[in-house]
Ligand binder design. Sequence first.
Ligand code: SAM
Length: 253
Amino acid sequence: MTWHATVLTLFPAMFPGPLGASLAGRALEEGLWRLDAHDIREHGLGRHRNVDDTPFGGGAGMVMRPDVIDTALAAHRAPDDARPLIYLTPRGRLLTQADAARWAKGPGLVLLCGRYEGLDQRVIESTGAEEVSVGDYVLSGGEPAALVLLDACLRLLPGVMGGAGSAEEESFTDGLLEYPHYTRPAEWQGRAVPPVLLSGDHGAIRDWRRDRAEDATRTRRPDLWAAHLSQRMAGRRSPADATGSVATASAGP
Ligand code: SAM
């Protein structure tokens, strides 16, 4: 079954946007995934198709009405739709590579993009939408966040990425940032490529890359490094628990 993304937004023209180019765009043309983006305003109220109203309790900005969102969802998502429903919001938990890997294995996603101050809390609760953030900053709308989330999933779909092995070695896949990369020329502006990479010794190259990945993670992302260390300790205590999934991958040597 084709991986299927449905997006509810006030700006459907933003889709597929950058996902219409490069690998994702080719995969879209080839039918490896499909996308439909729907205008929430079509379900707005009255002559002006209003989708928002002032916040109870006062304060700045407008809030997207729960009844409008509910009607829009009902129009574009069947009651038995098995796809996870996600509301993009800075209040959500942070998107991870493990999320992308899990969602890429499923049937697709339904994404709700907010604008203004966001959605009325009651429709988030009544629909059971997962609240997901793409980072600790505030965007003006959920659309760029939806594009980021979809891109992270799409490149993991079978047949989308050219080099089959490249996703396995990437940052986050085993809880580490990736090692640095080098290409020709071997010397550039007085900077030489690390000699081990020219040695042809695959074992030494693997060890060097592993060391650089660990160094980068320890110095740049202490949070990931701490999680990696506890994962490694857990793996040592109980090798049978290291299942190889993205979230619980064995830490290796
Ligand atoms: N009032 C909200 C707050 O302070 O949490 C921010 C609303 S923002 C201006 C409008 C919409 O952009 C949100 O409803 C959400 O859909 C989207 N958005 C903004 N930042 C986001 C982020 N970091 N991750 C995911 N979605 C985001």
